[in-house]
Write a protein that binds this ligand. Structure first.
Ligand SMILES: [Ca+2]
Ligand SMILES: [Ca+2]
Length: 309
């Protein structure tokens, strides 16, 4: 009798948890990773990488704006970017004592500094003008910043993205991952999104997404790899070398693209707004959330052997 009652209770909680899982999309989601297919690395050769060794960013590979740059709900500043312990680290936090803006004084050929605004500060690095590649396999290994109201991303761009012609073939923003969802408990926990955008960022903008991919570990404290295989016909996305989905909407970019690693705060005009981008509420407390850190162990770019001379 006791066993029957226990079984009934257990069965009740199991059906409740199955119901909760189906509501939150934890199981049975069409976006769940297809872990049966691994990336075939035999078809690639490494052509460019940064392992982030040493104690400074390699500026032959990466650039960043050296002035304060307003970016959505915060500011980008190079002082928020460092290299230590084998990682690129992009810091994010609220600064009451804001970082200095840098102005170039052409009359005296000098740079002068002025205090900027208090606000949410973080950073980005970009290979624009230093490295671009068309097709191949691109992979980052990283730990995501553990904070709400912001997100990190590994993405690719070129200037063709702004060209409105009904096609993504001239250039497509490829978001290998964006991490909007720290502590997003009610929608299933810790996951990343993946998608593409083309034809600018105005009324003609188009795009597609493979939606959300769930991590089997804690991506805010443990490393994972996020990758994209890009060929003439499609983008194939991977987490830890296993396919999560494919996109080809609009036709894939046929032009070289540069790489970006960034953190951004939700909002606009330098004012953080937690309503935007589904990132959750932000707060200066608890203090243990800040500074949040996006830690990148490496970025590696491979090319198809068939495309190498
Ligand atoms: Ca276009
Ligand atoms: Ca490293």
């Amino acid at each position: 009798m006791v066993r029957t009652v226990l079984k009934a209770i257990l069965s009740f909680f199991m059906s409740i948890s199955a119901l909760m899982a189906s509501i939150t999309g934890l199981t049975g989601s069409t976006n769940a990773p297809k872990k049966n297919r691994a990336v075939n690395m035999d078809q690639f050769t490494l052509v460019w990488s940064d392992e982030f060794e040493g104690d400074a960013l390699d500026t032959s590979k990466w650039g960043y704006e050296w002035w304060v740059t307003m970016r959505k709900g915060g500011y980008w500043h190079e002082d928020m970017v460092s290299v230590k312990d084998g990682n690129l680290v992009i810091r994010a936090e609220y600064l009451d004592h804001p970082l200095e803006n840098r102005y170039y004084d052409q009359w005296h050929d000098t740079i002068h500094f002025e205090p900027y605004k208090a606000g949410w500060y973080t950073g980005e690095v970009v290979t624009r003008g230093k490295y671009e590649q068309c097709y191949g396999y691109f992979e980052v290994r990283c730990i995501l910043p553990a904070a709400t109201g912001m997100w990190s991303a590994f993405w690719m761009m070129n200037e063709g993205v702004f060209n409105v012609d009904g096609s993504g073939r001239d250039g497509t923003e490829v978001d290998v991952f964006e991490s909007f969802y720290y502590k997003d408990y009610w929608r299933g926990g810790d996951y990343i999104s993946t998608g593409i955008h083309y034809d600018g960022y105005g009324p003609d903008e188009k795009g597609d997404t493979i939606g959300k991919s769930y991590l089997s570990n804690d991506p805010y404290h443990e490393y994972n790899t996020y990758g994209v295989e890009w060929n003439e016909n499609e983008y194939i996305f991977y987490i830890n070398g296993h396919e999560t989905g494919r996109l080809s909407t609009g036709g894939v970019s046929q032009n070289p693209e540069y790489l970006l690693l960034s953190c951004e705060f939700a909002g606009e005009n330098g004012v953080q707004s937690s309503d935007r981008h589904g990132t959750g509420e932000i707060g200066k407390t608890p203090a243990e959330n800040w500074p949040a850190e996006f830690k990148v162990d490496y970025v590696r770019c491979y090319q198809y052997n068939r495309l190498l001379g």
